[in-house]
Design a protein around this ligand. Structure first.
Ligand SMILES: Nc1ncnc2c1ncn2[C@@H]1O[C@H](COP(=O)(O)OP(=O)(O)OP(=O)(O)O)[C@@H](O)[C@H]1O
Ligand SMILES: [Mg+2]
Length: 354
């Protein structure tokens, strides 16, 4: 079985229609606002951590790996992950961080990087599809809607063309519009046996970082896609069948706009929570208060004696006393997971979960 012929990029059609440009203006504005606010926050890792946790969960849910924040939290804080869905989420998160690190280091987004990311997502080294048989089906009817290109040589040519499109800005097309094109093309190449959706969603955020539309990886479309899933699949097919890009591009731009607004609200609330807890701990526990301590409490939703010990350079006993005092004053609540006592920052946890 031979896959369908997928045209190389750039698309042979005008992309910047009047409606697209209108949607672009809104999306750009919302994104710039998010970027501007995120820029003013000193401890970006806190935001990135909080936002990527939700993204890992949502993106994995599209593939039906459903887990709760509680299970996830247990999986992250414990040493071995029992729950298979939580494991998928943890893999996704690891892949995302790895991708971000690579893009920051190399200022590029290459085929090899994409292969590395997918290997972490799927926890497999199968790499690019070599065997035929991969088809995309309509989940409801089971009917085959699309057979992606087949054969490693062709797939690599298409990826290399995509790579070129990603790095070539000479076309003057706005990167947010190109984001829609890139996502369609990547999903249509469908280079792997599995994990193409999740890998493609990671590529989206890495592309935004690469083009400096956002400094940290904090804008994710997965939640928007889950909420508008049938349009998502329908519009991918519409581009394929009719070559009409407009509705698809507007869909992605709408996703960027809506998500940027939601993310801005979330990070504002986290920022307020950090401020508030800082004030409260200063008053309630002036002897142990330090900025570094607050950072550690917000780093991962949970902390343990060892993190405080290493992070503050204090003895194990002192670290344990600090955590005890914080728990006694209601800032943390602890739980024994395996052999270890884990302290949860409930306020941060609740903010992120809602
Ligand atoms: N008709 C289509 N044309 C192009 N791409 C499609 C089409 N239907 C689905 N896709 C893409 O394929 C992805 C699913 O592929 P795959 O199962 O390899 O990825 P996944 O990460 O395991 O799944 P998911 O995206 O559901 O989490 C979808 O997310 C979508 O992006
Ligand atoms: Mg799959």
């Amino acid at each position: 079985m031979i896959g369908e012929n997928l045209p190389m990029l750039p698309p042979d059609a005008p992309l910047e229609t009047v409606s697209v440009l209108k949607a672009l203006a809104k999306a750009s504005r919302a994104l710039a606002e998010l970027k501007g606010f995120a820029d003013t926050i000193p401890n970006k890792h806190i935001l990135i951590n909080a936002v990527t946790i939700n993204e890992a969960k949502d993106s994995s849910a599209i593939e039906n790996f459903i887990t709760t924040h509680d299970e996830l939290y247990q999986a992250m804080s414990g040493s071995d992950v029992q729950n298979p869905a939580a494991k998928e989420v943890v893999n996704y998160r690891t892949a995302l961080w790895r991708g971000y690190e690579l893009v920051e280091q190399r200022q590029m987004l290459t085929t090899n990087m994409i292969i590395d990311i997918q290997a972490i997502v799927e926890d497999s080294r199968a790499g690019i599809r070599k065997l035929p048989g991969t088809v995309l089906m309509n989940a409801a009817t089971g009917e085959t809607v699309y057979t992606p290109p087949c054969g490693e040589v062709i797939i690599r040519q298409l990826l290399s063309n995509l790579e070129q499109y990603i790095h070539d800005d000479s076309d003057g097309v706005d990167p947010l519009i190109k984001l829609a094109v890139i996502h369609y093309q990547f999903e249509s190449i469908h280079p792997f046996y599995d994990g193409n959706g999740r890998t493609g969603r990671i590529i989206n955020v890495l592309y935004l970082v690469l083009k400096e539309l956002i400094d940290s990886p904090i804008l994710y479309l997965s939640r928007f896609i889950i909420q508008n899933k049938s349009d998502y699949y329908r519009l991918l097919q519409t581009v394929r069948k009719t070559g009409a890009w407009e509705e698809w591009i507007i869909y992605i731009l709408k996703g960027v706009e809506q998500t940027a607004e939601e993310t801005l609200q979330l990070i504002k609330r986290i920022h307020e929570a950090i401020d508030q807890m800082t004030t409260e701990i200063r008053i309630a526990l002036p002897k142990i208060y330090s900025k570094e301590l607050i950072d550690l409490l917000f780093y991962e939703f949970y902390t343990k004696t060892q993190y405080i010990q290493n992070g503050l350079g204090v003895s194990r006993k002192t670290a344990a006393n600090y955590l005890q005092a914080l728990e006694d004053s209601g800032f943390l609540s602890s739980q024994k997971i395996g052999k270890e006592r884990i302290y949860q920052n409930r306020r941060l946890y609740d903010l992120v979960r809602n």
